[in-house]
Each structure stands twice: as C-alpha cells, then as structure tokens.
Design a protein around this ligand. Structure first.
Ligand SMILES: N=C(N)NCCCC(=O)O
Ligand SMILES: [Zn+2]
Ligand SMILES: [Zn+2]
Length: 319
C-alpha cells in the first residue's frame, strides 16, 4: 500500500477551471497503486418514471466538484490525506437492457470489493442501488441502510416492470440483502399511491424520518434516531438528491416540494461518523433541469461529507 495518498491537484498552482475532469480533481484510479475509496459513475437512467437525464449525472457532479477544498472543518478531517480516494471513471452499462445494466453494475462493484476498494457511486437513477446493495450484502451479509429520498422506492412494479428507480429497496428486501431491523428512510414526503405504500414499507423493515420532522426536530435529534436505528453493523448510505427541496436541487427527475435544505442533509450525514459505512451512492442528478450548478454542487458536497465520514472513521480506528 502506498504511503501518502495522492490528493487533489493544488488549486494554488493550477486554477480550478483547468486541470483534470475527475471528481475533486483527484487522481484517476490508474494513477495510484492502491485505492481506498473509488468515486465511480454509473451513467444510467433507463429506470426512470418521469423526467429522463440522470445518465448525465456523473459528469455534472464531477464538473461541480472543482471548488472542493482539502480540509473539512465540520468533521476536522482532510479526507484526501487520510484515504487514497481516486476517480475510477464510469461503469459503462447498456441503456437498452435494464437487467444487463444491473448485472454489469453488480459485477463491477464486486471487482472493486475484491480489491479492497470501497465505492462512492454517482448515478444514474436509483435503479442502481439494487446491484450496489447486492455487492455490499455479498461482502458483509444483510446490511443496514439509511436512504435519503423524497420517495420510498419500495414500490412493487411500474408498467409491470420490477426493476425501476421506484422499486430498488423492495427488491433488495425481497432478496434478503437488508437487515430489516436496521433500515430507515430520511426525507420522505409528498403524495403516495395509497396508504398501503407506507404500511408495506414498514413490513419490509424501514422506519421513516419524514421531511416535516425537520420542522420540529433538530438535526441532532434526527441523527440520534438514525444512529439508534443503524446500530453497530455495516451500513450502506443511499442519497437520492431529490431528498433536497427543489429550491436546493432542481436538477432531478421526480422533484417534490417541501424537502430538506442542503444544510440539513450535510448535517445529518456528518452524524454517520463512527458507524461502519461500507458503501454509498448519490443518485438522480439530472443536469438538464439544473440551474447554476445548484444540484451539482449539493451532490458534490454530499459526496465530500461522505468521504469525510469514511476518512474520520479510518483515522479514529488507527488511534
Ligand atoms: N427514485 C426516485 N427518484 N423516484 C421514484 C419515483 C417513482 C414514481 O414515479 O412514483
Ligand atoms: Zn426520489
Ligand atoms: Zn430514489
């Protein structure tokens, strides 16, 4: 394993608007000899029910990540110094065959796992959480999930189809990938198909922190609920950027009013420090509907906080 991680290109020497198109101007995975955490894109949006365009999410989030700086004062950590983070490019998947795309994502995720590399995956629509959870469960067994989203994504089928961006967590529960005592959604809101959506979801093992809960509860109290639910076992973090209010993240395919602020999301993510986070995704960024990189910047900062949590955990474990 190499000694000092190779970090971002120095912005005091190479201006941010020059230099590589990698996430946070980090090295490519093939430029370093070991990768602790790979940022990998999945440009796939064939599972969407409404606006398409999340296939362009990975490139947009990378472009919106150029201003990130090396030190995170909120968690007192320099993520790219504690961990070798590198950009592994995109997993190229078939846009015309959802089953084949899902298999390709799972296979790629298993290859990274075999190399001892954790994944921070940039979507892509939420369909891709299923193969990522399959790979995570293959490595760790049934896994706890914290799912940030306006939507439950535990619906059964759309137009008779079981593999869509509205169904990944039902399929994951059916496949036994989830620890039903250790799953929760955060940010749920908006119209449903029927009251059964919520009861079915509870049966699958999910607790719900509603978006409105942030009105009365503090971020700290949401963090307390989240940590109590997730416990000590392995945790997968899935962030659908539509968990944010459309004012904070307009660039997404199924926007819902009444969402979280980016401050609430980032604050809640910081509350994951000390939990065994084994993988994460950020999905549903659809740049065609974005303005002034609002959504891209929110997603890039979300990624940065998640990487900071992993880096803090590494540092704290070494002490
Ligand atoms: N996963 C996301 N973003 N959306 C799911 C919405 C499914 C529906 O149209 O009912
Ligand atoms: Zn959603
Ligand atoms: Zn979703």
């Amino acid at each position: 394993m190499s000694s000092t991680p190779l970090g971002s290109i120095d912005a005091t020497r190479v201006p941010r608007f020059a230099g590589p198109a990698t996430f946070a101007r980090l090295p490519r995975a093939d430029e370093v000899d070991h990768v602790d955490v790979a940022v990998v894109g999945v440009p796939f949006d064939s599972g969407v029910s409404y606006r398409p365009g999340a296939r362009f999410g990975p490139a947009h989030v990378r472009a919106s990540s150029k201003l990130l700086r090396p030190y995170n004062p909120a968690l007192d950590v320099s993520p790219f110094a504690e961990l070798q983070v590198a950009d592994a490019g995109d997993i190229a998947v078939n846009p015309f065959d959802i089953a084949e795309a899902i298999a390709a994502v799972e296979n790629a995720a298993r290859v990274f796992a075999a190399q001892g590399t954790r994944l921070l995956t940039i979507g892509g629509d939420h369909t891709i959480a299923l193969p990522l959870l399959r790979a995570a469960a293959a490595e760790h067994g049934p896994i706890g999930v914290v799912h940030f989203d306006a939507h439950l994504d535990t619906w059964d089928t759309y137009f008779g189809q079981p593999y869509t961006h509205g169904t990944p967590f039902r399929r994951a529960a059916e496949e036994g990938l989830l620890d039903p005592r250790r799953c929760l959604h955060v940010g749920i809101r908006g119209p449903l198909y029927s009251p059964a959506d919520l009861t079915d979801d509870g049966v699958l093992g999910f607790q719900v922190v509603h978006s409105d809960d942030y009105q009365d509860a503090t971020v700290a109290s949401v963090v307390e609920r989240m940590r109590a639910r997730l416990g000590d076992g392995p945790v997968y973090v899935s962030v659908d950027i539509d968990v944010l209010d459309p004012a904070h993240a307009p660039g997404t395919g199924t926007p819902e009013a009444g969402g979280l602020t980016s401050r609430e999301l980032l604050g809640t993510l910081r509350g994951l420090v000390g939990l065994d986070v084994v993988g994460a995704d950020i999905v549903e960024v659809a740049p065609a509907y974005d303005h002034a990189e609002l959504t891209g910047v929110a997603a890039a900062h979300t990624a940065y906080e998640l990487l900071s949590v992993l880096a803090r955990n590494r540092r704290d474990a070494a002490r």
